[in-house]
Design a binder for this molecule. Structure first.
Ligand SMILES: Cc1ncc(COP(=O)(O)O)c(C=O)c1O
Length: 462
């Protein structure tokens, strides 16, 4: 970089810092007037400077920032490698598609094979199963943990047909990894952990996203860290899966050269694959029917700046959850609060645990509660009161997914063969009918959290 360019660049960066500091200074919370969102991006000048600096480099495809972010993310989670994609939904699609590869032989997931998943949650945890022609088999959830009822796994299993389990750690609450992992190992099934809402959650001392074969992250702004639109597939142990994940992300190609590089394999014009002539350019050889789901380098630069703060973000989510839980304790008669898997109760600042169970430490995505049957107010009353106070609130994503119009239509179109429901779905219905969540993201101050609690308390007392 020549000297003049260096000077101009420094000026732009310094001005950017000034601008963001100014913006942050003028941000003020006015009780009753300001919106209290359930989630959002939390950033300062560091993220903006990283993004601007990368834009000035103008490396528009994935490049040095992407490589570094993939390495740093994998090290933080404790997996073999991470592959960046442009959303959590893309991460789920790429992760699942990788397991359909012919290169996996007998273990590949084929059209018509079954995949066990949870009845309530986010639709794109399930969509890739259908998009690949496989059959989701829904097991119910426990409405208090919002995670699957592991005792139904055996009922859902069909020898020779069931090939995988794919489910999410709901709202950051790790599902029962002991039982799910044991089941998958016993039956020889793949496990994909949708870790999109659970970055930093721990199960038995280990991060979630490190137990399965593959796991996924979302970096959309409400999540634990953001790169705008973005996500990642984590390859937990098996290096072979990385090649497949990258192939499906990158057009289905056989070549594994990063963008801007050629001939990493040292035999670019010496391959013979499929029915192509010997020596056909490896760059244009496709071993899978793939996609292009890559983000760009400036997004990765922003993600890296966020990752440097992730420890603080996670702690803030935990502290904020506890603040709300303490403030709402007097409402236990009417509200049932989410509990971590394996917990049997809440005590100020922590939980009590079922004897002998592994310790679960959620890195909470949100604070969920269920309105108890017989309470003198409804879930709708609560949602309306929060809305009126400009407090962001949400239901558990798609609720019982098979009640969504898309699934009702699918059942009709396939005469009921597109998916199966095992063991009823009372828990999923319960969460759909009675559940509501508010935010715990690091952008919330204790003043805002206390206002959320006060609004819920006032609504509950009519
Ligand atoms: C559990 C879960 N999986 C996947 C996704 C999809 O992520 P994205 O919005 O980045 O596509 C979400 C979205 O919030 C989610 O909650």
């Amino acid at each position: 970089m020549d000297e003049r360019e260096q000077v101009l660049r420094s000026e732009i960066i310094e001005r950017t810092r000034e601008l963001i500091r100014l913006r942050k200074k003028s941000e003020r919370f006015i009780p009753g007037e300001s919106v209290i969102p359930y989630a959002g991006r939390v950033y300062d000048e560091e993220e903006v400077v990283s993004g601007v600096s990368s834009m000035l480099d103008f490396w528009l495809t994935l490049g040095p920032e992407g490589d570094a972010f993939e390495r740093e993310l994998a090290a933080f989670i404790g997996v073999r490698s991470s592959v960046l994609v442009n959303s959590g939904s893309s991460a789920n699609l790429v992760a699942f598609s990788a397991l359909t590869s012919h290169l996996l032989g007998e273990r590949r997931i084929r059209p018509g094979d079954e995949v066990i998943t949870a009845a309530a949650g986010f639709p794109t945890t399930v969509a890739p199963i259908l998009q690949n022609g496989a059959v989701p088999v829904f097991i119910d959830i426990d409405p208090v943990t919002a995670n699957c009822r592991v005792e139904q796994l055996e009922d859902a299993f069909v020898p020779g047909k069931t090939k995988a389990v794919m489910m999410a750690h709901t709202l950051g609450n790790p599902f029962d990894l002991t039982e799910v992992k044991r089941f998958c190992d016993d039956k020889g099934l793949w496990l994909i952990e949708d870790n999109c809402d659970a970055l930093g959650s721990r199960y038995d001392g280990k991060m979630t996203g490190t137990f399965g074969d593959l796991s996924t992250q979302s970096f959309y702004p409400p999540h634990h860290l953001t790169m705008g639109e973005g996500g990642a597939v984590n390859i937990v142990r098996n290096a072979k899966l990385k090649v497949l994940v990258e192939s499906f992300r990158d057009w289905g190609r056989d070549c594994w050269c990063p963008s801007g590089k050629d001939n990493t394999c040292k035999k670019r014009f010496d391959w013979q694959l499929g029915e192509l002539p010997h020596g056909y350019d490896h760059k244009y050889i496709y071993s899978h029917v793939g996609y292009n789901l890559k983000p760009i380098d400036p997004q990765a630069a922003i993600g890296r700046a966020q990752l440097r703060k992730v420890g603080g973000f996670i702690q803030a989510r935990i502290d904020n959850w506890q603040r709300l839980r303490s403030a709402l304790a007097p409402l236990e008669k009417h509200l049932e609060f989410m509990l971590p898997t394996h917990a049997d109760g809440w005590i100020p600042g922590g939980f009590t645990w079922k004897t002998g169970s592994p310790r679960v430490e959620p890195s909470w995505f949100a604070f969920m509660m269920l309105v108890k049957p017989g309470a003198p107010f409804t879930r709708a009353d609560l949602a309306r009161a929060l809305d009126a106070a400009k407090i962001g609130n949400r239901m558990l994503f798609g609720g019982n997914l098979v009640r969504q119009p898309a699934f009702v239509q699918l059942a009709k179109d396939s005469s009921g063969s597109a998916f199966r429901v095992v063991g009823g779905s009372q828990g999923a219905d319960d969460v759909m009918n009675r559940g509501l969540f508010v935010g715990v993201y690091p952008g919330l101050t204790f003043e805002m959290l206390d206002r959320i609690a006060a609004t819920i308390t006032a609504a509950a007392h009519g």
